[in-house]
Design a protein around this ligand. Structure first.
Ligand SMILES: [Fe+2]
Ligand SMILES: [Fe+2]
Length: 354
């Protein structure tokens, strides 16, 4: 039987965990204070209270010392966004919901060769300052949005500028390759949409200031998802009608979260609250029509739809750039035809990505 060490604090319940893992994994339990005195190993599992800031103070620094391919898996409560974002902010490579399914834990720890090489502790992300700045910013804004706290517009702006510079100098393909190694689907989606929107702006020759607006909005557009229950957000399949009704609240939640940034220009709020509006009036939350939807919103919407299509989800493989682009074409009157045509070269870059 495989043997692992679980690092926990006073809130951990090694007895319950042993019971859940019986016959699959043999566990040793190490108190966090003691564990942090030695070096991190290759597979680390944490069962700690993620709301206790004091006890977690040293954990982030300690985790930075773990070997490049080490796994750091945090056990969290399924319904807690806050625990998820905190775990990733501390350096989690993965999370697992309580009660623990031993086989799922085994897969996450060792998995198959393909999944091990696809999730190498985000080495690619750590090597790219633009991506790691963007990831750090997303972690902090999603945490703040969960708590209803203020968002730091300066850090979002500087991360947004770094993305514009990265896409300008290294191209969209490199951006997508790196972003796809990120383990959080929500962050990966935001980063992908940001890169696509910036490349789109570059493609059609909008000003650098507008590309920065697109970058800023790309990162923030789904911030309202911080208030959508994870059971809905991460459901491995189609949402039912009631779940979809809840999901459709995320643009308004995003708008509300941005209310904590009083100096935010109106066009930013517009992009966040209206990124699911369609020109034919069939979108949400306000059912706007073409004349009410700005060009920047139209661009974010195209990048958002395309980004979601080329993403890998646990329930669907990523579409190729050409298949995803065909879906944009098939959406007909919902999207701006001229902009969709102008997006084709950007979509073609996606051809190499799947
Ligand atoms: Fe959205
Ligand atoms: Fe989105």
């Amino acid at each position: 039987m495989h043997h692992v060490t679980v690092i926990g604090d006073s809130r951990a319940n090694p007895k319950a965990l042993r019971k859940q893992l019986a016959g699959i994994l043999d566990i040793d339990f190490a108190p966090i204070e003691q564990a942090l005195r030695s070096d991190p190993g290759a597979s680390i599992i944490f069962d700690v209270d993620l709301s206790n800031d004091t006890s977690l103070l040293n954990l982030k620094e300690w985790l930075k010392r773990k070997p490049a391919n080490a796994k750091a898996i945090f056990l969290t409560d399924k319904a807690s966004h806050l625990q998820h974002s905190r775990a990733y902010a501390l350096g989690a490579t993965d999370i697992l919901h309580r009660p623990i399914d031993g086989r799922e834990l085994l897969t996450k720890l060792w998995g198959d060769v393909a999944s091990l090489s696809a999730d190498p502790n985000n080495a690619a992300i750590r090597k790219s300052p633009a991506v790691s700045a963007a990831v750090n910013t997303l972690q902090s804004i999603f945490s703040s949005a969960c708590l209803g706290g203020p968002l730091n517009s300066l850090s979002i702006k500087s991360a947004g500028e770094a993305i514009v510079g990265h896409v300008e100098t290294q191209g969209l393909t490199a951006w997508i390759d790196t972003v796809r190694t990120h383990h959080s689907m929500t962050y990966q989606h935001c980063l992908l949409v940001t890169g696509l929107a910036v490349a789109f702006g570059q493609q059609i020759g909008v000003s650098r200031a507008d590309r920065q607006r697109l970058s800023f909005a790309g990162m923030l557009h789904d911030i309202g998802k911080a208030r959508i229950p994870l059971a809905i957000l991460e459901k491995p399949g189609r949402l039912d009608e009631d779940e979809m009704a809840v999901m459709k609240k995320h643009p308004q939640f995003g708008f509300d979260a941005l209310g904590t940034m009083p100096t935010l220009p109106a066009e930013m709020l517009d992009m966040v609250v209206h990124h699911h509006e369609y020109l034919d009036g069939s979108g949400y939350p306000h059912g706007l029509h073409a004349s009410e939807i700005s060009d920047l919103v139209r661009m974010i919407t195209i990048a958002d739809v395309f980004g979601a299509l080329i993403e890998r989800r646990c329930y669907k493989p990523p579409l190729s750039g050409s298949a995803a682009y065909q879906i944009l074409l098939d959406m007909g009157p919902k999207l701006d035809k001229d902009l969709v045509r102008a997006f084709q070269p950007v979509a073609n870059l996606g051809l190499h990505q799947s």
